[in-house]
Design a protein around this ligand. Sequence first.
Ligand SMILES: [Zn+2]
Length: 486
Amino acid sequence: MARLLIRFSCKPLPVAVVAILLAIWWVGCRNEPPRPNLILIVVDTLRSDHLSASGYPLETSPHLEQLSSRGTYFERFYSHSAITRPSVATLFTSRFVSGHGITNQGPAGLSRELPFLPEILDRAGYETRAFVTNPQLHPLLGFDRGFDHYEPLFSQDADPVRLKPADLIKLPASEVFAAARESLQRRHRRPFFYYIHLLDPHGPYQPSGEERAKFTDPAYDGVITGSIADFARHAHFRAHPEDLDHFRALYDAEVSSTDRALGEFVDWLDGAGLLADTHLLFTADHGEEFLEHGATGHSVKLYEESIRVPLLWIGPGVPAGRRVDALAGLVDVLPTLLDVLDLPAPDTPLQGRSLRPTWSAEPARRAWRPALLLEGPAKGGRRAEEPPVVRGIVTLTHKVLARGSAAGRPGWQTLEIFDLRTDPEEQNGRTVTPDLGALSPDDKDLVRLYELEVRRALNHGSPGSVPEIELPEEELERLRSLGYLD
Ligand SMILES: [Zn+2]
């Protein structure tokens, strides 16, 4: 009727007709099933293998373990790089570092041209709210785009270009959740998206008395307090292993207090009936090192302790109690959300893929993804003409790490190959030079696979697109036969 009236009459519509049309429109809107809500919890600096939910022998995460029975837990999940800003940029844009250009320090903000999860949800009618403890995600850098409300829970004096340790206030998880809870208590007329970024396991380690007592040795009388200064005591830790143990115990206590706050928050959500039609994601932006590869903290390394993080996904249609060991990473979160929330893909290509096939069937793991790209800024890698990057790939069995990469170029100077089955701590890599020398066919495949993944990323193509790579037909055929090529 509306079309007829508009087509045949240019006169103003009578008030009664307008009212009827509005009523029809309103009823039509009401009949559309509302989209599920989304709560995304990101814990800064949470390495997966220090969670009892991932098999850690100390009980650091009983609540996460309990929660995992309600959703799907990803056991081979990666943050791609070990630094907050590029990692969260990858989470929200489904682009690797070479695709979004965000390094760490410096003035570079997110390009408005990039697809951005909060903005996509905002345009889809979601109420979008963020509670963010890390000044690396300062609104001035564009991380607040698409949020109706972006609450920075860090020093208001924080300069995003020159951040100082004092800018980390480290509001405890319980207080961050309390702020989110207060907001959630309001009646939501639209589906909501809450992004909650916690900071407890990030240094300095300052666990509460109760958690400290649970994980540290009461007889310890050494010099370590968990302060920022402790992170530089590498030589000291080598000389006094008990101090490193204490340092690690303080980290575990921070993980445990985060887990306890998570448990209380989920209990509250359950009590308020807010989880019935909600996707709840629990993940991390990167891990933390305890001298496994010569340092403490986190920076540019791509070893497992620095980039392997948890992902628990609870939500409508997501199997309960399933554990998935397919290769997946933060780059996949946005495409998966578009899939499960039934939202259209943005015009610009995403570099991740929907995780739904990994939980909806028993996929051939290699066929789903033979290799996952790792990519982060190199030391001091600020946005410049050709900033150095660190790159690698992880497969179901191996890791390949490159040295001497530039952001826009696929080349490398040396590669190091680790067999994760026999060397899970990545201590005995085999070094490869570009001449490939007397490399075994299997190692040669890994080198080619690394090159394929880098070229795909630099092409900004979808994971299934044909990469631009010149290889002899027999080598291409071999990669195809191994499931590495479509
Ligand atoms: Zn971080």
